[in-house]
Design a protein around this ligand. Sequence first.
Ligand SMILES: Nc1[nH]c(=O)nc2c1ncn2[C@H]1C[C@H](O)[C@@H](COP(=O)(O)OP(=O)(O)OP(=O)(O)O)O1
Length: 158
Amino acid sequence: MNRYLCCTLVQIFDHKRILLGLKKRGLGVGKWNGFGGKVKPGEEIKMAAVRELKEESGLDVETSDLTNVGKLVFEFVNNGLVIEVYVFRAQNYHGEIVETEEMKPQWFSIDEIPFNEMWVDDIDWYPFMFTQKLFFGFMKFNGENEMLYKELQVVENV
Ligand SMILES: Nc1[nH]c(=O)nc2c1ncn2[C@H]1C[C@H](O)[C@@H](COP(=O)(O)OP(=O)(O)OP(=O)(O)O)O1
């Protein structure tokens, strides 16, 4: 039986900029990513997204300001881990951006997203996010840097 995790990922937008965080520890260390993490048992997914965004960036959003952009399922063939990631975007937020032990946040122009320092699948699904098409993706990884398989499709709901 594979080990399964349900996670969130929040992409914060401000006009033509996106806020990314450099992951300082754990899964995806050294990569720029949106903000998110594991949903706790019994926790509502959007509440987990709000909590993880706050923990990793200092920013607050309302659950009603989180828009679904897609769902990604990653299978890590090297260790049997399966991660289901609910991806959201938000442009209404408040609070001060802070660097934490886990993440170093930084704004990037949406024309200068550092895809070569991100999870290798991001370059495939960010375009769906930008064109506001709800997507579902399934990817197989061997370790954190080798993508063995990918499948992406536009869907009606996630
Ligand atoms: N291939 C991938 N592409 C991507 O863009 N984001 C990925 C990804 N695989 C995992 N993620 C994201 C989803 C989620 O936001 C994060 C994984 O969560 P973490 O392991 O950081 O969880 P936590 O923040 O709960 O960890 P700890 O607090 O350290 O226990 O990495």
